[in-house]
Design a protein around this ligand. Structure first.
Ligand SMILES: *[C@@H]1O[C@H](CO)[C@@H](O)[C@H](O)[C@H]1NC(C)=O
Length: 404
């Protein structure tokens, strides 16, 4: 008699979605990176366009904020968030994203990264328990319930929160008049402060001309100078040289500077970034090894107030969440709700400072004339990256010179 076959195993296999069994932080990290990277580039391209390539912003911050919002969304609103944020189709992976987002806090005496996120809710709005539970479980955002009746008091509370979260760098984000008819305000603040691993010497900083992308002089900057062994490479796919300046001593945070090749533009570099990832650049660094480079970059501060976030996100496909008739947040409240505002302000300061004494030695100046030059005296892009998570925390561009 022939052997009987019991076709049970295949069914059991089918019941376990592939990869699901291995849902852990390590497995989720590559998805998290790719989702955040693609979403961020999409958003940053729009921000760059509308801010004449002079801005600083974070794609990561709205990404995490919107994934918090997804915890209360349903139907089209949820589908759109999933699509635009490129959330993983398995719930388990998404919960790992929330855990990874919590790793976005780090600090020692040289570098500080803080993410503060809070959902301010009018306490006359009955919140569903399921939403409270999910927020509590994921810790993706705080929840603060206030009575939105005295708008001055509420605005002060929110502004004080933001001021504390940014160590006094941003003091006002809402005005009382803007609170009319508002039930929920989501705020996400990302604060980074880093001292260079190897500081620039202020005595070497010089006034210098700054040019636009056609080579016309458009102003002056204070150009910092350093000659140092750094990660430096030409990235063919984006038509720009990349340079890495590490922060602090823990090798976690760096600034990546991307200088478009002569004749190329910031817009085109941003566009072509879509065809690579951050690890493309890191791998090139690895292959090239450290190189002695004559580094010249301007000292600068940029603060961007991104009030058009709503428009950009709608444009990217989040069509219903801002619409009073179409938004679906049944898990937040039985009341019909929509998101009235998403606010982001970002600020970055780049100067000579470093906590470590300069390790630039005379020996490193050897062969100075032979060294490649990285002279950022024309528009360039910069990213503050977390090398551990391989994520861009902030992305910005500099193209409007001022000698500060
Ligand atoms: C250079 O890049 C490699 C690869 O990402 C990294 O391991 C190394 O720490 C970097 N070194 C410096 C000095 O930035």
């Amino acid at each position: 008699m022939a052997t009987k076959l019991f076709l049970i195993l295949p069914f059991i296999t089918l019941l376990i979605p592939s990869g699901f069994a291995q849902c852990n932080k390590e497995k989720a990290l590559p998805y998290f990176r790719r989702s955040v990277y693609e979403f961020s580039l999409n958003l940053i391209s729009r921000i760059a366009q509308e801010n004449e390539n002079h801005f600083v912003a974070s794609g990561l911050s709205p990404w995490t904020l919107l994934s918090a919002v997804s915890l209360g969304a349903a139907d089209d609103t949820l589908d759109e968030i999933r699509q635009v944020l490129r959330l993983h189709r398995h719930k388990c992976f998404n919960s790992k994203f929330f855990e990874l987002a919590q790793d976005l806090t780090a600090g020692d005496e040289d570098t500080v990264l803080e993410r503060s996120s809070t959902c301010f809710v009018d306490n006359r709005l009955p919140l569903n328990q399921v939403f409270r539970d999910r927020i509590k479980k994921t810790k993706i955002t705080g929840l603060e319930e206030l009575q939105f009746d005295d708008f001055t008091v509420v605005a002060n509370t929110i502004n004080n929160y933001v001021s504390a979260a940014t160590h006094g760098n941003i003091n006002e984000i809402v005005e009382p008049a803007e609170l009319q008819g508002v039930y929920i305000i989501l705020i996400d603040a990302l604060f980074f402060k880093g001292a260079w691993k190897h500081q620039f010497s202020p005595e070497e900083t010089e006034y210098s001309a700054f040019y636009d992308e056609r080579g016309n002089q458009i102003g002056d900057v204070q150009l910092m100078f350093r000659n140092h062994k750094v990660n430096y490479t030409y990235v063919n796919q984006i038509g720009a040289s990349a340079l890495e300046l590490p922060y602090g001593t823990n090798d976690r945070f760096s600034m990546l500077l991307l200088l478009p090749q002569q004749g190329n533009t910031v817009s085109s570099v941003l566009d072509n970034m879509k065809s690579i990832t951050l690890s493309t650049i890191f791998k090139l660094f690895e292959q090239t090894g450290l190189e002695n480079v004559v580094i010249q970059i301007p000292r600068f501060t940029i603060t961007s107030e991104l009030n058009n976030m709503k428009e950009w996100l709608t444009d990217m496909g989040l069509k219903t969440m801002f619409d009073s008739n179409l938004a679906k947040f049944p898990d937040i409240s039985d009341y019909s709700l929509y998101i009235s505002e998403i606010v982001q302000k970002a600020t970055v300061t780049v100067n000579e400072e470093g906590t470590e004494a300069s390790v630039v030695t005379a020996a490193e100046f050897e062969g100075r004339s032979m060294s490649p030059q990285f002279t950022a005296n024309r528009p360039f892009l910069f990213m503050i990256v977390d090398k551990q998570l391989e994520l861009a925390l902030f992305t910005g561009a500099y193209s409007k010179p001022s000698a500060i």
